[in-house]
Design a protein around this ligand. Structure first.
Ligand code: FES
Length: 511
């Protein structure tokens, strides 16, 4: 009996592999990893051996729906490439017959990983990869550059950008990205959420938590310097308030409990400790934050979206969707920020490993098809078993997770508008940030009520604004001063203390 089941589940699938005009068929069992399979069949690759950090194991799924992208795919490929079917071979396993085109990147170029979010300051500036044409094919070699770091709870991303292109950016030029590096945040081993890490710090493991991140920062800086030659002019890091506190080994006890008071929200400098000379011999400067829940990553995002220099009369809204939905509204000199707990719904679904963007699209489809009603309730015959879409089964619990997250964000947006004394009809621009925002189908998000429907036509999905903001902050002193002034004048709205939040939240639970 056991043998029969095993034979059925491991029946070989046909993988048609294409490369350089040649085609061959490999047979492999369900569950075989694409990277090891391809290496075993004569497609050698020097790579990070499946850590998902080097971005060299590119494959393109042809002629059929590619597997859902995982976080490493989303860092390695642009939205357009993901739509075309590009994935990292090391992140996926054989599920059925398929055709893949092997596009392994053999040499150590700095083009491997990307998630740049340029082109958003007033809609005029842009980001471009350095083609290397001016440097004999070596992207960025001998250029003067600075390094920006986005220290996220889940991932650490770094970009080296040409210093001269930063200076040109404000005159309508394009940002030249010379090299990139990314990896998962190693603090994940203490827990994927911030609270577990704050608890670990309180248990006396603060030093290890900080060292773990310093190690990957050093690795990233060394890799970029190795590719580009020389040393960066400076290194600028933006992270949420907890990540920056953990990196600096600041006391986090007041950060994890009411009234959630940070030790420091000013610009900080990571220099040497215990005889060391900073990370990789370089100082790293940390951008200032606004509050315990609106950190330096949001300062960077707001800077990238022009909030430090809001034109009089223009009203802008910024929404960064992750585990926390951070939001800000700006008009003239006034800036009001808030954050709403969104849970895991926007970063991989609650019970299923579905990226939040896909979950939103699926929910819109379920609503339109009558699979769920306006309250989010699964209709018969799906009520007990959930709704099956391909290999995914969406349950009532998955739906509720996203419903609560979108209600918190929508209620937060409405309260921000009220605090600013305005309404949706008078918002000029809406910037939707975060890896999530970059892939979001704005129409579908409006359909499920992620934000007030009147805003849909004014939403721009801007992707990772933290890196671009850190570049801008580091690249120009005048912008640095404006960003610091913006942080000082920012008002913070604590949603839990705003009368009417709960009522609004409950009202926005429906689709
Ligand atoms: S092997 Fe490095 S990203 Fe896949």
């Amino acid at each position: 009996m056991f043998m029969m089941r095993r034979e059925t589940s491991l029946s070989d699938k046909r993988i048609t592999v294409r490369r350089d005009g040649e085609e061959r068929v490999i047979e492999a069992p369900v569950g075989a990893g694409f990277l090891s399979l391809l290496k075993m069949h004569g497609f050698p690759l020097v790579c990070c051996n499946g850590k998902g950090t080097c971005g060299r194991c590119r494959i393109l799924f042809e002629g059929q729906r590619a597997p859902l992208p995982v976080a490493a795919d989303r860092i390695a490929f642009s939205a357009e490439e993901l739509r075309q079917g590009y994935r990292l071979a090391c992140m996926h396993r054989v599920q059925g017959d398929c055709t893949v085109r092997v596009e392994f990147v053999e040499s150590r170029t700095v083009e491997a990983v990307t998630d740049h979010g340029g082109g958003i300051r007033d809609g005029s500036a842009g980001a471009a990869k350095d083609s290397g044409a001016a440097n004999g094919g070596m992207p960025g070699r001998s250029a003067e550059y600075l390094i920006a770091v986005d220290l996220g709870t889940t991932t650490v991303a770094m970009q080296a950008v040409a210093a001269d292109s930063l200076r040109e950016l404000r005159r309508g030029g394009r940002l030249r990205i010379l090299g990139e590096y990314s990896c998962m945040n190693p603090q994940r081993r203490w827990g994927s959420d911030v609270i577990s890490r704050l608890q670990a710090a309180e248990r006396g493991e603060a030093g290890e938590l900080a060292e773990a991140v310093r190690d990957v920062l050093e690795e990233g800086v060394e890799q970029l310097c190795g590719e580009l030659g020389g040393r960066p002019e400076s290194i600028w890091l933006a992270g949420n308030t907890s990540m920056e506190h953990l990196l600096m080994e600041l006391d986090t006890r007041t950060l994890g409990r009411y009234p959630f008071t940070p030790v420091c929200l000013q610009e900080m400098c990571l220099t040497g400790r215990q005889g060391k000379d900073g990370v990789s011999g370089q100082e790293i400067r940390l951008l200032p934050g606004i509050s315990a829940f609106v950190g330096a990553d949001i300062t960077a995002g707001l800077l990238a979206c022009g909030f430090a220099e809001c034109e009089d009369g223009e009203c802008r809204l910024f929404i960064d969707l992750g585990t926390n939905g951070e939001m800000a509204i700006g008009r003239g000199d006034r800036l009001i920020c808030t954050a709403a707990a969104a849970g895991p719904a926007f970063e991989g679904g609650a019970g299923v490993n579905v990226p939040g963007t896909d979950m939103i699209a699926l929910l819109a489809e379920m609503l339109e098809g009558g699979v769920i009603d306006e309250t989010g309730l699964l209709q018969e015959p799906f009520f007990d078993t959930g709704w099956q879409k391909g290999e995914l089964r969406i349950t009532q619990q998955d739906i509720r997770g996203l419903q609560m997250a979108k209600a918190a964000v929508c209620a937060g947006v409405e309260l921000l508008m009220e605090a600013m004394g305005t309404d949706a009809s008078r918002i000029d621009k809406v910037f939707l940030a975060g890896g999530f925002g970059y892939f979001l189908d704005v129409e579908k998000a409006a359909r499920i009520g992620l934000f007030p429907p009147q805003l849909a036509g004014r939403v721009t999905a801007v992707g990772n604004t933290s890196l671009l903001g850190a570049c801008l902050y580091g690249g120009e002193e005048s912008l640095r001063e404006k960003a610091e002034a913006m942080c000082r004048r920012a008002e913070v709205l604590n949603l839990a203390e705003v009368p009417g939040f709960e009522q609004k939240y409950l009202e926005r639970l429906n689709f």
